[in-house]
Design a binder for this molecule. Structure first.
Ligand code: MD3
Ligand code: FE
Length: 204
């Protein structure tokens, strides 16, 4: 593991190819039960270029009303599918946190999708880290500091990489600038999947 800054740890090739294929198969089943939806910006309703779904007890959604976690899919009204064992194991292994995650957000990037710089602050449990797993095309990931104007650094996230944000890195600004189309053959149609595992509610 590589410490990029205090609280920010990078695990290149955390998942080997068979583990990536196993995770992709789980995600196919998850998206069958909980189809990818297009989130929209609060107030303006402008669509994100990333499509999303979730697994676990709670899922992150965004629409004209705002950002929130909710127990059901915004379009089907069905509860989110459960988290695969493989994902729970990765959280246990990487987070060092004594409780399982509440939410696993699945982001799907087409080759031209991006995600602007933002903080993740819709959770109540900032003591828990956030764990991210990447599959498919390589992405240029950018991270800065606790203020929007702070200097930034970039790293490439490749298929199978994991990254953990905890402690002083939990509330840093971050985003995805672009994908390297065609950089991975894991997804037959190309693109990138990112799983973000989070503890949302405060533990008792
Ligand atoms: C840094 N997703 O869903 S994962 C997000 O690749 C999100 O889809 C990006 O940012 C993606 O909110 C980046 C890496 C990541 C995830 C959560 C973080 C970085 C983070 C939480 C706090 C700080
Ligand atoms: Fe984020």
């Amino acid at each position: 593991a590589i410490t990029l800054s205090p609280g920010l740890t990078y695990y290149p090739d955390y998942l080997d190819r068979p583990a990536q294929e196993q995770l992709l198969q789980s995600l196919r089943e998850i998206t069958k039960a909980a189809p990818l939806f297009t989130p929209r910006m609060p107030r303006t309703g402008k669509p994100f270029s990333v499509r999303m779904t979730n697994c676990g007890r709670l899922g992150w959604v965004s629409d004209v009303q705002g950002y929130r976690y909710q127990p059901a899919h915004p379009e089907t009204g069905e509860p989110w599918p459960s988290m695969p064992e493989q994902v729970l194991r990765a959280w246990q292994d990487l987070s060092g946190y004594p409780h399982p995650p509440d939410a696993c957000l699945v982001n799907f990037y087409e080759p031209t999708a991006r995600m602007g710089m933002h903080q993740d602050k819709d959770e109540e449990a900032f003591d828990a880290p956030v764990v991210s797993l990447s599959l498919g095309d390589t992405a240029l990931f950018r991270y800065g500091g606790l203020e929007r104007g702070d200097p930034t650094k970039s790293i490439r996230l490749r298929s199978g990489d994991a990254i953990v944000f905890g402690g002083p890195a939990r509330l840093i600004y971050h985003g995805i600038d672009r994908l390297n189309a065609g950089s991975s053959d894991l997804l037959p149609q190309g693109g990138r999947l990112n799983l973000t595992l989070r503890k949302v509610e405060k533990a008792l």
